[in-house]
Design a protein around this ligand. Structure first.
Ligand code: SF4
Ligand code: SF4
Length: 308
């Protein structure tokens, strides 16, 4: 007679199913058990990481391979071993970060006041962090656009992705885990959602640049000439007051562009470091607001509506 394949949910008593059923039944019951005790989405990286840890500890692959040949006593002992391994792993710390990396792929942290120490220890440099100035548009936790009221410093993302700069996808690991920023330490994906940091907790450029007054002076001069609130105001009045609005925009664009150039050519800073000192280029801000600002060979800017 052709052997029947297990195709679905177990409808009989689980213990009887374990005693009599094939390995597929055991695997299905195991899956249900893990789902119940881990209480997390099976698709989450965290679930998969903990599951792997438990199954490695209990030699699940071997149990699964040999299950159909086991007698009832051997099956009972093997199942007990699986449950014991699950308890050991969970008691050792389900409510801790299992370093699955899922949150590291979804975004990089915003820096908070205690992260100043990471600059002092040179774990972080100006090359790994960028500034979002007040007025920048970001996507909030609910996935809606939001205009920033306060300055934020963020770890850079891998270009073209949301993945944190320090995350190594090949090994699912963080390059600075022992010294990871405060927001990463506060992340508790297993519990209640961590509240967003209060404005007073945010780290800012002024604190980091306190000992480099010549750079802080440049930051202030840049804020004065390229304030995002004023740039936005100029954009809004481009149609009604084209001359005044264009002049304000060109002035801000030139200052922003040539100051970045000076920082790179004369101070030999990297383009990344200029995004920490001055925030993201103004051309990028305009792009987010539907305007392309292209530098002409004559060294001035030409503004055109952005075509998607
Ligand atoms: S905090 Fe992040 S890395 Fe840690 S287990 Fe949760 S999702 Fe994974
Ligand atoms: S700093 Fe490390 S722990 Fe924090 S998001 Fe980046 S890779 Fe993850």
């Amino acid at each position: 007679m052709k052997e029947k394949k297990f195709l679905g949910k177990i409808r009989q008593d689980p213990l009887e199913a374990l005693a009599k059923g094939p390995k597929e039944v055991m695997a299905s019951l195991w899956q249900e058990y893990l789902q119940e005790v881990l209480n997390a989405s099976q698709k989450s990286r965290r679930f998969q990481t903990v599951r792997r840890q438990i199954e490695e500890k209990a030699n699940f692959q071997e149990i699964y391979r040999d299950w159909n040949q086991m007698d009832v006593e051997a099956r009972a002992a093997a199942w007990k071993g699986l449950i014991g391994a699950a308890k050991d792993v969970l008691w050792a710390g389900w409510e801790t970060c299992v370093r699955c990396g899922e949150c590291c792929e979804l975004g990089s942290p915003t820096l908070l006041a205690p992260d100043l120490a990471l600059f002092q220890k040179e774990i972080l440099t100006w090359n790994e962090v960028y500034t979002l100035r007040p007025g920048e548009q970001v996507t909030n936790r609910e996935g809606k656009p939001e205009t920033l009221r306060e300055e934020r410093l963020k770890i850079r993302e891998v270009p073209g992705s949301t993945q944190c700069w320090f995350y190594l996808a090949a090994t699912n690991s963080c390059r600075i885990y022992a010294d990871r920023p405060e927001q990463c330490r506060r992340q508790e994906c297993w519990g209640e959602e961590t509240p967003p940091p209060a404005p007073g907790e945010l780290l800012n450029r002024e604190v980091i640049l306190a000992r480099v007054p010549e750079v802080w002076d440049l930051v202030q001069a840049h804020e004065e000439r390229c304030h995002l609130g004023r740039v936005l105001q100029a954009l809004k009045t481009l149609e009604t007051e084209p001359d005044t609005a264009s002049e304000a925009l060109f002035e801000a664009l030139h200052f922003d562009h040539y100051l970045r150039q000076m920082l790179q050519q004369e101070w030999e800073l990297s383009p990344a470091a200029t995004e920490f000192i001055l925030g993201r280029p103004l051309t990028r801000f305009l792009k987010d607001h539907g305007i392309n600002a292209a530098l002409t060979p004559e060294g001035t800017f030409r503004l055109t509506p952005r075509c998607e």
